[in-house]
Design a binder for this molecule. Structure first.
Ligand code: GDP
Ligand code: MG
Length: 438
């Protein structure tokens, strides 16, 4: 699937300390193929790749700490904004009833979603009325009634003798008299978009003036879902999309293109057939789900927010020249207070050996202690910790108000990170890719 393909591409990038334009070209070519294979709209892919190229080349110029991972971040950012950036909530009327219309092709999941949505709103304390406006299939009314019973939500039906427009109108009147908060109108669908259906939906819309017209599309239909959304949007000016059956879609193409093509946001996704399987849609979560690397992304974000680029370059240089001393270690402590831990940063570097770092305790309390200990050392000791023998350790412990064990622990932790840095700096570019990355 898309996830695996993208991860393979990123694996190659993450093994590199520096990216060339050729690396980026190759990576974006692979991303492009992966997206097209996932049934993402061609034009959307084209624009997407253009943006990635522009931004990724900039990264190379900056020579950031880990360019490969920054490309992952860029792809993640762009995927997220492709899907609308943030979760878009349902709108509600300021006062009175909030009419919601569910529209879509036959089998898209309207009726099921109606039940799910009614349940969700009921749990939020709303008084909800479901309305059966699919009068063409005898089983459709029954289906909604069964659902309503299951979740204890009232269902308004006038059978199949009245027109859908009349049913919708009377349902709103009924809701007004009985003080409902939300009215969810389940409409009919067809196998294909047709004029008659669109006219009917348009008339219902005019009659009840819904706050939300939510188009249900089946994620498994890929590009067809996008085409369908364009037609419905053109005629009805929908307010949002509910993408159903995302649990069965391994490609993700529809979710990735539909907002870019229609300009309308996905508000919910259907993740199964059960009542509870309706979730608000979060573009950022979907993006990291597609990339399959949520942990790495949050780490990169943290580092980007707090880590001074220049300082990072200096540190890298010191690591390369194996000049990392306790003075640098202490300086790192200051930075770490704002960003997490040295082990996080080291783990982000290509070829990092995560096991070696587990002994480092970077809690706030520990940092204060560490600073005190390093402050109690002489300059010579800080630059060359090898000279710190037993009697020096005792003196340092006394001077810093700590115990000899604490001094030992710090020196051991420092030694571990230094060892790891040596390891990192002794690795050639080619060798790096052989190491398993975090
Ligand atoms: P409608 O014709 O648009 O009203 O579609 P229905 O609500 O009758 O749903 C058609 C079929 O899709 C039913 O078998 C539902 O159980 C199924 N369905 C609806 N939503 C989802 C979903 O999110 N995931 C899965 N796996 N099935 C769904
Ligand atoms: Mg239905």
């Amino acid at each position: 699937g898309l996830s695996n393909k993208l991860q393979d591409t990123f694996k190659k990038l993450r093994g590199k300390g520096k990216l060339t334009e050729k690396d980026i070209k190759e990576a974006t070519r692979e991303i492009k193929i992966a997206l097209l294979e996932a049934d993402v709209n061609f034009k959307v892919v084209k624009d997407f790749i253009k943006k990635i190229n522009e931004r990724a080349v900039g990264v190379e110029v900056l020579q950031s700490l880990t360019p490969g991972q920054q490309v992952i971040k860029i792809v993640n950012d762009e995927l997220t904004s492709l899907m609308g950036k943030e979760n878009t909530k349902l709108e509600f009327s300021k006062k009175g009833i909030t009419p919601i219309m569910l529209v879509g092709l036959q089998g898209a999941g309207k009726t099921t979603t109606g039940g799910k949505l009614a349940n969700l709103l009921k749990e939020k304390g709303k008084k909800v009325l479901l309305v059966a406006c699919d009068v063409y299939r005898p089983a459709a009314i029954k289906q909604l009634q069964v659902l309503g019973q299951q979740i204890s939500v009232d269902v308004f039906s006038l059978g199949d003798k009245e027109s859908p427009v009349q049913i919708a109108k009377k349902a709103i009147e009924h809701a007004e008299h009985n003080l409902y908060d939300v009215v969810i109108v389940d409409t009919a669908g067809r196998l294909h978009v047709d004029e008659q259906l669109m006219d009917e939906l348009y008339n219902i819309k005019n009659e009840i003036e819904p706050v939300e017209i939510l188009l249900n599309v089946d994620a498994m239909t890929g590009q067809d879902a996008v085409t369908v959304a364009e037609s419905f949007n053109e005629k009805l000016d929908i307010t949002g999309i509910i993408m159903t059956k995302l649990d069965g879609d391994t490609r993700g193409g529809a979710a990735l293109s539909i907002t870019a093509v229609t300009g309308k946001h996905i508000k919910f996704v259907g993740m199964g057939e059960k009542i509870a399987d309706l979730e608000p849609f979060y573009p950022d979560r979907m993006a990291s789900r597609i990339l399959g690397m949520g942990d790495v992304l949050s780490l990169i974000e943290k580092a980007q927010a707090n880590f001074d680029e220049q300082k990072a370059l200096e540190l890298q240089e010191k690591i390369r020249k194996q000049e990392f001393t306790l003075v640098d270690f202490k300086e790192q402590m200051q930075q770490m207070k704002s960003m997490g831990s040295l082990s996080d940063i080291l783990q982000m570097m290509p070829g990092a050996n995560t096991k070696a770092l587990q002994g480092l305790d970077m809690s706030d309390k520990e940092l204060v202690k560490t600073e005190a200990i390093i402050d109690s050392m002489t300059e010579a000791e800080r630059l060359n910790p090898d000279i710190i023998n037993a009697s020096r350790r005792k003196r340092i412990a006394q001077g810093s108000g700590t115990r000899v064990q604490d001094v030992n622990k710090l020196l051991k932790g420092f030694e571990q990170s230094r060892k790891m840095m040596k390891q990192l700096s002794s690795m050639g570019g080619k060798k790096m890719s052989k190491f398993k990355l975090p």
